[in-house]
Design a protein around this ligand. Structure first.
Ligand code: NAI
Length: 459
């Protein structure tokens, strides 16, 4: 078969690219070797973890807050198999949804693993397909840690895929790495009753996040029962035993748990596709090198998503997928890399966009910060969620919003107001002068914007 475009990989980057290209009139196929579409995100990442986060959060609410609201009676117990069933059903409806969208948009799903034989030629199984353009959207895989062998089937030392399908809820868990995966899945199991200890190399959790948010987030997770060992480099994990050295004095320690979750980052998935033979250039960190139109060093071959530099986020991949489809179709694809939100789906949620306070100051600008605590927000308090805050970073000279960091209820939804504002080059005053419905948690965003000017009302 001959196509205008063959996309390799049907994760959020690849499938969105395929659909957009088809909508723009191109003849498109998407190669995917998994049994279902959707890639890591839908099958073993974002979606199943959100199902478990939701279910365990509901359980936590029954224990923590129901009696306070006069909701009496025995709290539910966990039927782990049914919870996993609910998770699989959630995944299933979403992956089938992509299949439906492929049919609707006339995107051919080529089942199997692709190898690019030459520019314009993609081999899947025994068949070779021709394509005017190829997009590599092969995502990422968990990075390995020297001294640690992951075995998801054995279920003792696992990565995120294994942690989403444990045979039973462990009594104890050591999480290696206090990044997004470690904290999301660590809080799932802590809420389900496991004693969770997080061992992190750096001196703070969630690297790259605003310092004040990091501190508050760690405090709230500690309150929920997670323990943290910071400044600790793990060198070995075997049979539930984890060895680490404290960086401050090089002292050696050991900790043991029923399950060890290795969450020390992911690396681009670039093997097995013939990229080396084709001479597709990689960066020094192993990502596919691209130009500003997402084209690799080989003309006609493009790359997007986790396989290329930038944050490893499904929505960043989606944006690149749409943009590269537009570019290939002769339009002007564009991604604003300065306005890509990041969300951690714990409770409370943590969300951020743009510059942190430290990064804004480092950039040499004069910076103003407006902060508002959810304690001053009636809606959040009614939901027992007054612990977090909204922090807005603006340019002190122009009042232009440079970044926003939220820790609190529905932070992952609220951040988009600021994303839209930033896309339009808004000032804090623009947000402050926008009427916000009362009572909503979003009022805290407006209050933080007011705090950048003459002051918040409820603080
Ligand atoms: P991460 O890069 O976010 O965090 C890994 C952590 O492990 C770092 O804090 C690092 O300092 C620590 N670490 C590394 N080696 C260590 C060692 N030997 N001993 C102790 N600590 C060590 O990686 P994570 O959490 O595995 O996530 C991978 C990718 O997936 C990230 O890019 C993340 O953004 C993405 N992701 C995003 C989600 C979201 O947006 N909600 C959900 C899940 C994953």
């Amino acid at each position: 078969m001959s196509y205008d475009l063959i996309v390799i990989g049907a994760g959020p980057g690849g499938y969105v690219c395929a659909i957009r290209a088809a909508q723009l009139g191109l003849k498109v196929a998407c190669v995917e070797g998994r049994e279902t579409l959707g890639g890591t995100c839908l099958n073993v990442g974002c979606i199943p973890s959100k199902a478990l986060l939701h279910a365990s959060h509901m359980l936590h609410e029954t224990h923590e807050n129901f009696e306070k609201m006069g909701l009496m009676g025995a709290a539910p117990t966990v039927d782990w198999d049914r919870m996993l069933g609910y998770k699989s059903e959630t995944v299933g409806t979403n992956t089938k949804g992509i299949e439906f969208l492929f049919k609707k948009n006339k995107v051919d799903w080529l089942k199997g693993w692709a190898e690019i034989e030459a520019p314009g030629r993609v081999k899947v199984g025994d068949q070779v397909h021709e394509a005017k353009n190829i997009v590599i959207a092969t995502g990422s895989v968990p990075s390995s840690l020297p001294g640690v062998t992951v075995d998801n089937d054995a279920g003792v030392v696992v990565d995120s895929t294994g942690a989403l399908a444990l045979k039973k809820i462990p009594a104890s868990m050591v999480v290696i790495g206090a990044g997004v995966i470690g904290l999301e899945l660590g809080s799932v199991y802590a809420r389900l009753g496991a004693q969770v200890t997080v061992v992190e190399y750096l001196d703070a959790i969630t690297p790259g996040m605003d310092g004040e948010v990091q501190k508050q987030f760690q405090k709230l997770l500690t309150k929920q029962g997670l323990e943290f060992i910071l400044g600790a480099a793990v060198s070995k994990a075997e049979g539930g035993k984890v060895e680490y050295k404290l960086r401050k004095d090089d002292s050696a320690h050991e900790i043991e748990a029923e399950v060890v979750l290795v969450a020390t980052g992911r690396r681009p998935h670039v093997e097995g596709q013939g990229l080396d033979k084709l001479g597709v250039a990689l960066t020094d960190r192993g990502f596919v090198q691209i130009d500003k139109h997402w084209q690799t060093s080989v003309p006609g071959i493009y790359a997007i998503g986790d396989a290329v530099p930038g944050p490893m986020l499904a929505h960043k991949a989606e944006d690149e997928g749409m943009a590269v489809a537009e570019t290939i179709a002769g339009k002007h694809g564009h991604v604003n890399y300065d306005v890509i939100p990041g969300v951690i789906y714990t409770a409370p949620e943590v969300a951020s966009v743009g510059l942190t306070e430290a990064a804004a100051k480092e950039s040499g600008r004069k910076v103003k910060v407006g902060k508002f605590p959810f304690m001053g927000n009636a809606r959040a308090k009614a939901m027992f969620q007054g612990d977090g805050f909204v922090k807005m970073i603006v340019d002190a000279e122009t009042d232009r919003v440079l970044g926003c960091h939220i820790i609190g209820p529905n932070a992952g939804e609220m951040i988009h107001e600021v994303c839209v504002a930033m896309e339009f080059g808004a000032s804090a005053e623009d947000i402050a002068l926008t009427c916000h419905a009362h009572p909503t948690c979003s009022e805290a965003v407006r209050e933080a914007a007011l705090a950048c000017g003459d002051g918040a009302i409820h603080a």
